[in-house]
Design a binder for this molecule. Structure first.
Ligand code: PLP
Length: 432
């Protein structure tokens, strides 16, 4: 079947709002390490790792073998009505890693479900549907999560069961406070948070949900310590803090295992998904025991924590620790940032290069600093033509996102930087 046929069939039966990258979207049919091959035999270096899902890479024998052994038992699924050893083992591991006191874990199949669960728990615990979220945030595509998403392009519904107020601070590049020192910036954002609580809510707020580094929002990194200042205020009001670690967990930020660790604070609830099982569908919530146990009704996730996904996650965590991928994320992230900053010096279309570990972003702008989404689309296409896949994002769709598998090597980073230099320079030339 031709590529054109597949695209036509996709367009005929799939929703128009289902986002696809590229003028001619790619069908990926094989993968190995950090590389994937499309239906026409072209090979690409994947600098987006699926969507930060293939945290370790493609075709990782240790994970495939563990999954195969589970499949060989004949048990793909039994439902959470039965005990599942792999699930309990993974929950113990995540509870311990979370640093949350008396932590309990509930597994889902996606980040959206994890955040829906966290919002439900916080609402139940605090008997309130009032939620604080950050501007420029993304938390998922279901009813409550879309309601706390602070990006117009992804927040399709204003009909949401949560009553949301937005705080600022995560997206420093476009903040009115951006030129302040870190300490003054944090103070200004914390004062603003207090004012949001005092003036825009009825006072009985359930939680603040926030990404330590905003993912879809274009890898927006707030100064270290900002969420600690926020948490102090939240504690005064008894408001829970939910850290959405769907993109930032499992060492991706290099310096820290959880993104929130950069702020020196332990949240009440964390949510996770994406990279945990290196591409298999899994998500979950880890929360203080009293918060997790605040649901008075029974609840279940039919597929959440199934034996295949939890076995894969356990093997992926083994791999991550045995190969110290967090250290590699720190090292390669530093090299990517330095290389891209040097590209930025020659290309004024680059307004900002930012990131931490293997979450690295390039924000493209007009000379007056206004967003330039056409340049981002150009970079995506130019990189693809040179055999490199990157992500796109940001409030205005003008940010290139680089988040490769955490196994990426020195040589691959060199290759990536060479191609990104050419792609950004080509976009610069075209957009002027
Ligand atoms: N939270 C964050 C920070 C995300 O980046 C995403 C997805 O991109 C989600 C939640 C939703 O996860 P999922 O697409 O697995 O439902």
């Amino acid at each position: 079947m031709s590529h054109a046929d597949l695209l036509a069939r996709h367009r005929a039966v799939m929703p128009g709002w289902l986002a696809l990258y590229y003028d001619q979207p790619i069908e990926i049919v094989r993968g190995s390490g950090r590389r994937v091959v499309d239906g026409e035999g072209r090979s690409y270096l994947d600098l987006f790792g699926g969507i930060l899902t293939n945290a370790i890479g493609y075709d990782i024998a240790e994970i495939s073998d563990a999954v195969r052994r589970q499949l060989d038992t004949g048990v793909v699924h039994t439902s959470t009505l039965y005990l599942i050893e792999a699930q309990v083992r993974l929950a113990e591991r995540i509870a311990k890693l979370s640093n949350i006191p008396d932590a309990k874990v509930f597994f889902t199949n996606s980040g959206t479900e994890a955040n829906e669960t966290a919002l439900m728990l916080a609402s139940q615990y605090r008997r309130s549907n009032q939620v604080l979220a950050m501007r420029n945030s993304y938390h998922g595509r279901a009813f409550a999560t879309v309601g706390v998403t602070g990006i117009r392009g992804w927040s399709a519904s204003s009909l949401t069961p949560v009553n949301v107020s937005y705080a600022q601070g995560s997206y420093r590049y476009r903040s009115p406070f951006r030129d302040l020192s870190d300490a003054d910036y944090i103070r200004a954002c914390a004062d603003d948070l207090r004012e949001v609580i005092e003036t825009t809510t009825a006072g009985d707020v359930a939680c603040l949900i926030a990404e330590p580094i905003q993912g879809v929002g274009g890898f927006a990194v707030p100064p270290k310590g900002m969420f600690r200042a926020f948490k102090e205020i939240l504690d005064e009001y008894g408001i829970l803090f939910v850290s959405d670690e769907v993109q930032t967990g499992w060492g991706r930020t290099g310096e820290y295992f959880w993104g929130i660790d950069a702020h020196g604070v332990v949240p009440d609830v964390m949510t996770f998904a994406k990279g945990l099982a290196n591409g298999l569908a899994i998500g979950g919530v880890v929360a203080r025991g009293d918060v997790m146990d605040s649901l008075h009704a029974q609840s279940i996730s039919t597929f959440g924590g199934n034996p295949v996904a939890t076995t894969a996650a356990d093997a992926a965590l083994d791999y991550l620790f045995e190969h110290d991928l967090q250290a590699n994320a720190a090292k390669q992230g530093t090299r990517l940032l330095a290389g891209l900053r040097s590209v930025a010096e020659r290309n004024p279309v680059v307004g900002d290069v930012r990131g931490m570990g293997l979450m690295v972003a390039v924000e493209l702008v007009h000379p007056d600093g206004t967003p330039r989404p056409d340049a981002a689309t150009r970079v995506l296409e130019e990189a693809r033509a040179r055999g490199v896949l990157v992500g796109k994002g940001g409030l205005y769709g003008n940010v290139i996102r680089i988040a490769p598998p955490m196994t990426i090597t020195d040589e691959e980073v060199e290759e990536a930087l060479g191609v990104l230099d050419e792609a950004i320079s080509a976009a610069q030339e075209e957009v002027g």
